[in-house]
Write a protein that binds this ligand. Structure first.
Ligand code: C2E
Ligand code: CA
Ligand code: CA
Length: 577
């Protein structure tokens, strides 16, 4: 009797336990995001639970009702669904697939699991089919996929994907014994467009260029990509016949010269510098070829932009020389291996000293003089111009202060300013600070700037020039006549002096038209109140001619070469006598 009671209690306890775990399972299933179908294999009955009903707006009770469910999915996916929810038909105990509802936008993953019995057959076993909505996961995946291959600004291939496609081109070209041509397209003066029109317009322009290039793609033959900023790359497989580099370039040039219409109404036409490097001549890998094309583009910019150039060995030599100079330049900047020379300037009428122009000199560690025309552009490119420019101003002022104190003289100290130096926000403050620190009279200081400074935003350029002028410093425009500015354009800027470029002086005696231009520049400059300096005057004939047509100041080898400070000392003490 006791034994029976005990067994009854045990059974009750087990039942209570069972319904408790059933309750827990039900709770978990109902609150999950998944929908489930349960089927006892061999039976007709189905049970749907979890989120199944809210997913599909129905619940199923019999296997034949599965057709209603199937109809909710895209037709092309239905076969895979059937195979997935009935894996036993294929002798499997597990199956999964991804499929879309008939709208095409909502994605499900279906997973089916069956428990086998001990003999390894499905009969009498449980089957559970789980439905998961994976639409968000899919969207994220396709975003990531998009980002992996495409550039988000322009919608054409990005750099990484382009490199892998180019690598495939190269492998194929190796087999077919043909070439792959790479065109690196760098939009000229894009920075100016960005600065003047704003980056939104800049981006829109890039998008339109991207759109144009997308239209030029030809399957297995031409691929286009946006590498970064204003640089695009195009690879042409076996660039012959209609796919030649010349054809591509001519089309591009034509398209670029017609304007691009911006959504804000502006019309922008552009030019580009195009560097071409080819496999196998320029290198054996995608990156080698891209690097070579990059070097060629750099060369195109030096040659004046808006051109196409092919990679050739001398370009690489030049480039390597520059890299070498760049490395040495970094060391020199670090060790302060620079010195200032000074070239005298004389008043044409009286031949009295008007001032000195300070010119930087660099003797590299092998004792070779490297001219500033070579290293200043490199320093501007790699950012060293900041520290070099600071040295130039500081050293020139220090030296000038010594002279003006010792010889009790005032003359002009002209200091060359690079446009990058000028563009720094703190440029004016740092100049004023250095002048004060060295106790130099600001009216003895003249800054030589070039037209490239004036092309920038008019208001900020004039604001800086005006502050310098109010402080007492005067402004001289260097290399006048080599840029695009007309005199009437210059009139808008607070400038004191124009330096007529040496190229005019070189030919002024032999060439009548140069003479006419030079004389009219001098006349108009005077009418506008500018002082004029002729630079690069090398002989007496040039000197007397320039003096006779009213040039105010003469600078050049004829009257004095750039000299180290000791030589200027000699000159000043001679004048003092
Ligand atoms: P620049 O400012 O036009 O300087 C005049 C250049 O012409 C100097 O060359 C000078 O030595 C040279 N020169 C002067 N008279 C004659 C002449 O009668 N005949 C010939 N053939 N040449 C003459 P340099 O010193 O080699 O400087 C070249 C350029 O490098 C300068 O042109 C200037 O743009 C830049 N530069 C020189 N020093 C500095 C500097 O301290 N800072 C910056 N930012 N640039 C500098
Ligand atoms: Ca100068
Ligand atoms: Ca000059």
């Amino acid at each position: 009797m006791e034994e029976k009671n005990y067994q009854l209690d045990l059974l009750k306890a087990q039942n209570a336990q069972l319904s408790k775990s059933e309750r827990i399972y039900r709770l978990v299933c109902e609150s999950s995001d998944y929908g489930f179908i349960y089927q006892s294999l061999g039976g007709e009955e189905l049970l749907t639970f979890g989120s199944f009903e809210s997913m599909f707006g129905l619940s199923l009770h019999r296997t034949r009702e599965l057709d209603i469910l199937l109809e909710k999915f895209l037709e092309e996916d239905r076969r895979a669904i059937l195979e997935t929810i009935n894996p036993e038909d294929y002798g499997r105990e597990f199956a999964t697939c991804e499929c879309r509802l008939s709208s095409g936008h909502i994605w499900y993953r279906i997973v089916t699991r069956i428990e086998k019995n001990d003999e390894g057959v499905f009969a009498d076993k449980d089957k559970v089919v789980t439905f998961m909505n994976i639409t968000r996961e899919k969207a994220q995946h396709s975003d990531l996929l998009y980002m992996a291959y495409y550039d988000t600004t322009t919608g054409i291939y990005n750099r990484n994907y382009f490199v892998s496609l180019l690598t495939e081109f190269i492998a194929r070209a190796d087999r077919d014994k043909c070439r792959v041509s790479l065109l690196m397209i760098d939009i000229d003066d894009f920075k100016k467009i960005n600065d003047v029109q704003g980056i939104i317009i800049g981006d829109e322009l890039l998008q339109q260029v991207g759109f144009y290039l997308k239209g030029k793609m030809v399957k297995d033959r031409i691929i286009c990509s946006h590498i970064n900023n204003d640089i695009f790359c195009v690879a042409i497989y076996d660039a012959t016949g209609p796919f030649s580099v010349e054809n591509f370039y001519n089309d591009l040039k034509k398209r670029f010269s017609e304007s691009f219409h911006m959504s804000t109404g502006q019309e922008i036409s552009i030019t580009a510098s195009v560097g071409v490097a080819e496999y196998p001549d320029a290198g054996g890998s995608a990156l080698d070829i891209i690097n070579c094309a990059d070097i060629v583009v750099y060369n195109c910019k030096k040659l004046g932009k808006n051109i196409l150039q092919y990679f050739e060995a001398p370009i690489l030599d030049d480039f390597l020389k520059n890299v070498d100079i760049e490395n040495k330049l970094k060391e020199a900047a670090f060790n302060n291996n620079f010195m200032m020379y000074f070239q005298p300037q004389y008043v044409a009428r009286t031949r009295r000293l008007r001032g000195v122009e300070s010119l930087i000199r660099w003797k590299d560690d092998t004792g070779k003089m490297i001219p500033p025309s070579v290293f200043i552009p490199i320093a501007e490119k790699n950012g060293l111009i900041d520290s070099i420019g600071h040295f130039v101003v500081e050293e020139s002022l220090r030296q000038y202060k010594k002279w003006s104190d010792f010889y009790e003289m005032h003359f002009k100290l002209s200091i060359n300013i690079s446009s990058l130096q000028y563009k720094k926000d703190d440029f004016v403050d740092s100049i004023m600070e250095l002048i004060e620190k060295n106790s130099v009279d600001p009216s003895d200081v003249e800054l030589e700037i070039t037209e490239s400074i004036l092309i920038d935003d008019f208001d900020s350029v004039t604001a800086k020039l005006t502050r310098l002028r109010n402080f007492g410093v005067s402004i001289s425009l260097d290399d006048f006549g080599t840029g695009y500015s007309s005199l009437s354009y210059l009139k808008k800027f607070p400038i004191d002096t124009l330096k007529v470029d040496k190229s005019f002086i070189d030919t002024v005696l032999d060439d009548a038209s140069t003479r006419i231009i030079t004389e009219s520049i001098l006349n108009m400059s005077h009418a506008m109140g500018f002082e004029t300096i002729a630079e690069g005057v090398e002989n007496e004939r040039q000197f007397s001619y320039l003096a006779s047509v009213g040039c105010d100041v003469i600078q050049g080898f004829y009257l004095g070469k750039p000299l180290p400070s000791e030589k200027i000392d000699e000159l000043l003490s001679y004048m003092k006598k």
